[in-house]
Design a protein around this ligand. Sequence first.
Ligand code: NAP
Length: 212
Amino acid sequence: MRIGVLGSGDVAKVLAAGFLKHGHEVRLGTRTPSKLVEWAASKGAIAVGSFAEAAQFGDVIVLAVKGTAALEALRLAGENNISFKTVIDATNPIAEEPPVNGVLKFFSSLDESLMERLQKAFPAAHFVKAFSSVGNACMVNPQFQGGKPTMFICGNDDSAKTAVRGVLDQFGWETADMGKAEAARAIEPLCMLWCIPGFLRNDWVHAFKLLK
Ligand SMILES: NC(=O)c1ccc[n+]([C@@H]2O[C@H](COP(=O)([O-])OP(=O)(O)OC[C@H]3O[C@@H](n4cnc5c(N)ncnc54)[C@H](OP(=O)(O)O)[C@@H]3O)[C@@H](O)[C@H]2O)c1
């Protein structure tokens, strides 16, 4: 597939490298392409351009920007460039305030997730929440003694979720489909839970697994 990754932080870089490793074509978008010249050269085949160029290139888009900037980044990417495409939404609505006893502050509420806001603002894009509830170091083919971890996903478009399930198979995850966009109200706060051992005990290597 052709993958357009929106973002220049750790998540964007790790997922871009993961897609490249699994044989996809990748273009990464940022407001400042010059800052990624060395990184892109070290990866070989990843082109870096603007948000709009990356979004236009991708059949599948990965949204990996700061939660507070997600709407703005999508505006810069261009509505036409994301419409009718799968948008893998890895963002979390983390507020600017510091964590309290290791618990992150969110700017969303339990009645409206960030992904629902994005879906409302860009109704023709097919958002699928994924990769938001694990640290970037464990996103691509993580190895845990407890076996394959579970990625919770949700979104309104079934074919987009099927595409994301295929990506997660490649990236070494079990997929648990939690339904429509509203389920992001439950999935996004998993980020808070995932981060607590990190902030309290510097333990950042773990992932969730759904047992049945
Ligand atoms: N870090 C993790 O391990 C992890 C794990 C799971 C989920 N997440 C979520 O994934 C997302 C990315 O996290 P990250 O740590 O890789 O990076 P980050 O530092 O949260 O975000 C960096 C990105 O945000 C963009 N950005 C910042 N302000 C902007 C603005 N005003 N307008 C447009 N774009 C703006 C930057 O754009 P430029 O490229 O133009 O500078 C950059 O691409 C976040 O939502 C985070 O909560 C992170």
